[in-house]
Design a protein around this ligand. Structure first.
Ligand SMILES: [Fe+2]
Length: 420
């Protein structure tokens, strides 16, 4: 095999590898430089440069060997030049061809001669000139042969495709970044709207100011303790904010009754989970299952809840979390007809109702989260702040929580055993 053919095969092999690297790696300029080096080496040229077309025909240097960067200062390609480059013959791109019709060469003849450029080739991708490759003369002093031109054109095309691919990837990355930003903005707007909505729900109920907001936060804390991912945690927080949205359709007097309401009023009030579902279901939420969490936040494990009397495994975990957060807030805030209950009392209620009203796993997770705060295992004081700083001060609070957690895990173990 002829030496030059071997060299060519070798070079193409190297370029094929480079092509992949150009597409995949961040070090794009280095890749173009190496491609250029290979091209110069294959043809024994002393100098060369690659320039890409940027805005309004400006040529920006991407790589150069043996050339001064000032060659590329204020260097432009015009639309009419591009047309000529798209249609031109190789011989028209030679500076030594003083009869060339190529307007770019003719316009820049002095500059190109000064920098000892002999040949200017367009990089054409999909019928568009994406840049130029500028080459000096051969070290041997010989003229370029027809074979040389074929080699050069193939390699220039390769570099052009590399640059084009790189640009496309950059555009894709830019679009993705824009989309991500837009999506973030939308989420921020959605969250702000939801919180405003939660505040509107709570205003209707004058005795439970801030209830929805707190249920959102408690739900989020429990879900995080259960190992939910950030998206799911955010989703359940929203569900917590909106769980009582159905109260907007319940008579304000029933919600605000300063006494235990009668059966008729109670049935009116118990419409609110289903009404909430009706309100939330048509909305396109960025998180899963929000309408269902609102619908089932008054269901109980023993089937005695409403609206559908579901049992344990039929109730979505999210709804169980919101249910606990809701009841916990109801027990730990003052109501018109009673003061809030002591923490000891609340723990007792949670213990008795685990497995009947509440899911023991969910109660245990909440107890662990509270314990982390009171024992100082975390610097967070979110639960403490919501309850007021004195509420969890009692010396017995850590013991109450550890006992509750132990009881619940004992119960869970027994349940698992009876299943087997
Ligand atoms: Fe409710």
């Amino acid at each position: 095999m002829e030496l030059s053919t071997q060299k060519l095969i070798h070079t193409f092999g190297a370029l094929a590898d480079l092509g992949q690297e150009i597409a995949g790696r961040g070090d794009f300029t280095e890749m173009v430089r190496t491609s250029m080096h290979l091209l110069l080496g294959t043809l024994a040229l002393r100098r060369g440069g690659v320039a890409e077309c940027i805005d309004q025909g400006e040529l920006r240097c991407v790589a150069l060997w043996g050339l001064e960067p000032r060659l590329f200062t204020n260097f432009f390609i015009e639309e009419s030049d591009k047309d000529q480059f798209l249609r031109g013959q190789a011989s028209e791109y030679l500076l030594s061809n003083t009869a060339t019709p190529n307007s770019f060469l003719n316009r820049n003849r002095d500059r190109l001669t000064e920098h000892e450029i002999e040949l200017v080739l367009p990089m054409v991708v999909r019928d568009e000139v994406t840049g130029l490759v500028l080459l000096g003369r051969k070290a041997s002093g010989e003229a370029f042969s027809a074979d040389d031109f074929d080699t050069i054109r193939a390699m220039v095309r390769h570099i052009g495709v590399g640059i084009h691919t790189h640009r496309l990837l950059e555009q894709v990355a830019q679009r993705a970044e824009e989309n991500r930003r837009l999506y973030e903005e939308l989420r921020t707007i959605y969250r702000a709207t939801v919180r405003a909505f939660a505040a509107a729900i709570d205003i209707k109920d004058k005795y439970t100011q801030g209830h929805s907001e707190r249920v959102g936060r408690y739900s989020e804390i429990i879900a995080r303790e259960l190992g939910w991912n950030e998206d799911e945690v955010e989703g359940i927080q929203i569900a917590g904010y909106l769980h009582d949205v159905g109260k907007l359709v319940v008579d304000r007097d029933i919600i605000n009754a300063p006494y235990n309401i009668n059966a008729k009023e109670s049935s009116e009030l118990s419409r609110h989970p289903s009404a909430g579902y009706e309100i939330l279901a048509p909305i396109n939420h960025p998180y899963a299952d929000i309408p269902l969490m609102a619908k089932y936040h008054h269901e109980r494990l023993d089937g005695r809840g409403y609206p559908d009397g579901l049992v344990d495994e039929q109730i979505p975990l999210g709804a169980k979390i919101v249910s606990l957060a809701d009841s916990f807030d109801a027990m730990t805030t003052d109501r018109p007809y009673r003061r809030r209950r002591s923490f000891e009392d609340v723990v007792q209620d949670l213990r008795q109702n685990s497995g009947k009203q509440f899911d023991p796993k969910v109660v245990a997770a909440f107890a662990r989260a509270i314990l982390k705060e009171v024992s100082g295992a975390t610097k967070e004081r979110r639960i403490t702040k919501m309850l007021g700083k004195d509420y969890l001060q009692g010396e017995n609070v850590p013991t109450l929580l550890t006992d509750l957690i132990a009881d619940l895990s004992h119960k869970e173990a027994q349940k698992a055993q009876s299943r087997n």
